[in-house]
Design a protein around this ligand. Structure first.
Ligand code: GLN
Length: 490
């Protein structure tokens, strides 16, 4: 047991206020995170790399800056980054043997912006290999353990970032969400997970899995913190051609405005078979709270949502098979020698990639091959368009949509490793927002009968982040979720 209300357990916004009032220093906050990591990470395994020396220097620099009256929202707040986000001079593995020794020569844009605002980097977090997975069990460096129950998964693929924030090892963290990898682990780990509109945050320096879906997202203890973090990292980046032409802005503005009169659609397809009763009950309670706050709640439908998973498992592997072609033993990381270049590449890729990555590369290569391209990849893209149209139609009647984030709470480590389809089903409610590019957020709605966290997901139209965050903030206040994982609870 460790102290449950140490500085490392507070929200970034609370810590920011205390920093500006000079009631606490950035070095003290960092020290609190560092001792929590020392106390629990051997059991949680959220971190692959720790950057203690760098963090101390950054915390000292943040203190000097704050003392001089310059204190942006992220200044002095310790952060963890998923290990698919490039950090100059700091090993970035993507959870893969093939990049075990890779040290990027540049920073990803989100981290560059955070660094410019005085952020403190604690280290790089464990994840499924190349962000492919829903449980973190596909990491080449061993699984992450859920702080709520160490025998269970934290979700994935950004499981290390989720667990680090849940266990008080980091105050907030970044992850990536291609099919749900921020929202689903946030849900299973009892924290706030936010995937903004595709293109709102630059992907420069995010090591690609499926480029048309990959989105940087945030793990925080509150919706307000998500808004603060988004304000720091979002906005046009000339280094990413798909980044949207949006100015940088303050997403905390209007956060506390009332939500009465807003139209909330409850996605009927997301309450069917396969949803655990504890999840259903908790999400229903969240829907009732929205209604109590004066929102107009009615049933909504996304008729093609049932096909989203199939479309995703053609589109994402297709893009992955192309993106991962660059790991050839020549340009990055691992190289296993062979008698000629083909043998060298074959051996390198054979030794460097894990089973799930190989499965996806084979699936994607097949779906893109001559003769099958139209039947698989082409069809999947058509389904993607139908899903986008479903959302456009639903947002004609609603401002936000609500559903469970995941059909289940955290499952035992090992329970689904031999059944890829059961694993893939965990993302059935998160994938549609990636296929359509819509912003979506998961916030904790309560605990199920076994004391495990449940997440409720809200989705809004493209670039409607202000509305999405406002509704999430109101719902968070109504739900008053303040449970703590057993690991750190007194
Ligand atoms: N779990 C999904 C997959 O395995 C989503 C992953 C992600 O969002 N990175 O592809």
């Amino acid at each position: 047991m460790t102290e449950p209300t140490a500085p490392c357990d507070l929200s970034a916004s609370e810590l920011g206020a205390r920093l500006r009032a000079e009631e606490i220093s950035a070095v003290e906050i960092w020290d609190s995170c560092r001792s929590r990591i020392d106390a629990v990470d051997e059991r949680v395994h959220a971190f692959l790399t720790r950057t203690d020396d760098l963090a101390r220097e950054q915390a000292q620099a943040a203190d000097a800056r704050i003392a001089a009256g310059d204190a942006p929202g992220a200044a002095g707040i310790p952060l963890a980054l998923k290990d698919v986000l490039s950090t100059r001079g700091v090993t970035t593995t993507c959870g893969s043997k093939i990049l075990e020794t890779y040290v990027p020569p540049y920073d990803c844009t989100p981290w560059e912006r955070l660094k410019a605002d005085g952020s403190v980097l604690l280290g790089k977090t464990n994840c499924d290999e190349f962000a492919m997975g829903s449980s973190n069990e596909n990491s080449a460096f061993g699984p992450v353990h859920n702080p709520w129950d160490l025998d269970r998964v934290p979700g994935g693929s950004s499981g290390g970032s989720a667990a680090a924030v849940a266990a008080g090892e980091a105050v907030w963290a970044l992850g990536t969400d291609t099919g749900g990898s921020v929202r689903q682990p946030a849900s299973l780990s009892g924290v706030v997970g936010f995937k903004p509109t595709y293109g709102l945050i630059s992907r420069y320096g995010l090591i690609a899995f499926a480029s048309s879906l990959d989105t940087v997202g945030t793990f925080t203890r509150s919706v307000r913190d998500a808004a603060v973090l988004l304000s720091t990292i979002a906005g046009k980046d000339p280094m990413d051609a798909t980044s949207l032409d949006e100015p940088r802005r303050d997403y905390t503005r209007g956060l506390e405005d009332a939500i009465s009169g807003l139209r909330v659609g409850v996605v009927k397809e997301a309450f069917g078979e396969g949803v655990e009763p504890g999840v259903r009950a908790s999400v229903q309670r969240a829907v009732d709270e929205l209604s109590n706050r004066g929102a107009q709640v009615a049933e909504a439908s996304l008729p093609h949502a049932d096909y989203a998973l199939s479309a995703y498992y053609l589109i994402a592997p297709s893009e992955a098979s192309s993106n991962l072609a660059r790991y050839d033993g020549v340009r990055y990381g691992l190289r296993v020698d062979g008698s000629d270049s083909v043998e060298m590449m074959t051996k390198t890729r054979g030794a460097g990639f894990g089973a799930e990555v190989k499965r996806r590369i084979m699936l994607g290569t097949y779906a893109l091959s001559a003769g099958y391209y139209e039947a698989y990849y082409g069809q999947a893209q058509k389904v993607r368009t139908l899903i986008i149209r479903d959302y456009v139609a639903a947002f004609g009647s609603f401002d936000v949509l609500v559903s469970p984030t995941s059909p289940t709470t955290a499952f035992p480590i090992g329970a689904k490793v031999d059944d890829p389809l059961a694993m893939y089903l965990n993302d059935v409610f998160t994938i549609p927002a990636n296929l359509s590019g819509m912003p979506a957020i998961s916030i904790p709605s309560g605990l199920d009968g076994s004391g495990l966290p449940v997440g409720v997901q809200l989705t809004a139209p493209v670039l409607a982040e202000p509305t999405l965050l406002r509704v999430a903030n109101a719902l968070e206040a109504s739900l008053g979720f303040d449970a703590r994982p057993a690991l750190i609870a007194a």
